[in-house]
Design a protein around this ligand. Structure first.
Ligand SMILES: [Zn+2]
Length: 106
């Protein structure tokens, strides 16, 4: 399965407890079709003291959510949009906004 969402995209959440939230994609897990979004689906983990965190304690971390629950927000028209694939003169493809046609990939 190919993910149309990439790291650093701005997305909006369409369902779940964080519905309506906007954030930046921190990382994606293409094999699972999931993306982790800043401030969305934050889970609290209790961590034992270790060498990297001698204090141990509570760590907040974004857990990846299903990519079908988010939509990319276009940087040009600022609206959530579906992604169109545009072919360039040199044969490569870029992602574009279905609403305004602007390229999402710079
Ligand atoms: Zn647009």
């Amino acid at each position: 399965m190919k993910l149309h969402i990439k790291k650093d995209d701005t997305v909006i959440v369409l369902s779940g407890k964080d519905k309506g939230k906007k954030g930046k994609v921190i990382f994606s897990v293409p094999s699972q079709g999931r993306v982790a979004v800043e401030g969305v689906n934050v889970v609290t983990r209790h961590q034992r003291a270790s060498q990297s965190s001698p204090q141990g304690g509570i760590v907040k971390q974004e857990a990846p959510i299903n990519s079908s629950n988010v939509m990319v927000v276009c940087g040009s028209c600022k609206k959530p949009t579906r992604i169109a694939s545009k072919k360039l003169a040199d044969g490569s493809h870029v992602r574009a906004c279905k609403r305004c046609g602007e390229n999402i990939d710079k």
